[in-house]
Write a protein that binds this ligand. Sequence first.
Ligand code: UD1
Ligand code: MG
Length: 487
Amino acid sequence: MSQPHLRTVVVLAAGEGKRMKSSLPKVLHPLLGRTLLGHVLTAAGPLGADRTVVVVGHGADQVREHLSEVAPGATPVLQERQLGTGHAVRMALDAVPDASGTVVVINGDVPLLRPETVQALVEAHEDAAAAATVLAAEVPDPTGLGRIVRDVQGQLEQIIEERDATPQQRALREINAGIYAFDAARLREALGKLSTDNDQGEEYLTDVFALLRDAGEPVAVHCAADYVETLGCNDRVELAALRRLLRDRVNEGWMRTGVSILDPHTTWIDVTVTVERDAVIDQNTQLQGATTVGAGALVGPDTTLIDTVVGAGASIVRSHALGAEVGPQASVGPYAYLRPESRLGRKAKVGTFVETKKASIGDGSKVPHLSYVGDATIGEYSNIGAATVFVNYDGVRKHHTTIGSHARTGADNMFVAPVRVGDGAYTAAGSVITGDVPPGAMAVARGQQRNVEGWVLRKRAGTDAAEAARRAGEGEPDVGGAASEGD
Ligand code: UD1
Ligand code: MG
């Protein structure tokens, strides 16, 4: 019944990660768009495992909940007490008694691991029909890691933890990356023989290698091409270092596909983002979540886009957007804030100091300056005057404003929702629009101007203003008189 290549993936994620000093379990810390655990699961994805088991313990509820979001097919297995990596794998295998073929075990804290590397490890393991294969790497600084100890023939003898190692063994720079392939049956048998005879009094998964070797089983070492992939994360300093390394990898990937990144050191792109050719990402820019940037778009400098879709040829300068859609050739900023469900059509514009939310701004329509557009639909080719507020909130509920196409609304308007402005309508500057405006009408909704002539000379005699007024009045006694005619 058992098939040679049936695969089970076991991810070890029960540890607390004490040195993170966090209420969040270590494996849930985010790194450019995925949690540490999410990265590991992604790296294992292409193996096409029949089953994925994640050993949870510290913060088990949080980790389970996260799994249900990112890997609903994975089975969480509880390791109540963290009695070591060997114990953790034992718990995992107990939960899948029928597991056969290859078991791949991955520490939950190696987020830079590439799928190709895991695949190469598994292929080497299966090709060699080994009982166990460990991924190893030569690292510049092996501090804290398990060392690969080889015999005179260069064959793996044992994996020794630093704290249990002799000074000679500590000098070795070939380390255990915490990623392994095992034959299920032989792993199960060896796990049953693990002792806790070590400095931490734990069951070490790594001891399986010496046990198998002593039993005459073939064990192997597979070397990672790039040690960076094997770097683990034990504290926030290491997390920051991993983030920089991943940033560089991601940026390099996009530059090689034809994206310009003007300052790669200040550009942080989540692994979940996509960017099309000839887009230009200017400095100090973060692209996060489900963001996509279309061909030839310009994003940045100083811009953060979260779950935002940017159309081809659009430009977004010094702005912040969350859950927005920016149409092709649209223009945003400088200093705009697009909130969820903001939708800009082709060549639409949201300019400087403008905030939008649940707002659909049609093709070619513009909101150029100092405005709030919330719960609104604006048709095509309309212009919204500077300093306009869509008054969407009555203190209890939100209401909608609809502006038609080719409308021209004056500066400093309030649209008190619910209200509609028809196609081709105008509104006067300074209007508070509380009633619908029919298509083609001009709405004026403001106090009439009244000039009280000579008031300053009478009421503010002796001031600089009065003096200026007097001077102005001397040469032209009628000045202001014409302006007051409409009073
Ligand atoms: C482990 C290896 C070490 C290797 C290093 C690579 C052992 C004994 N040592 O050491 O050789 O160089 O990883 O990073 O395996 N975990 C559980 N349950 C437990 C203990 C740990 O699920 O009872 C999980 C942790 O959450 C973590 C992973 O196993 O994801 C590794 O545990 P950790 O304590 O970080 O092991 P290291 O000391 O780093
Ligand atoms: Mg570790």
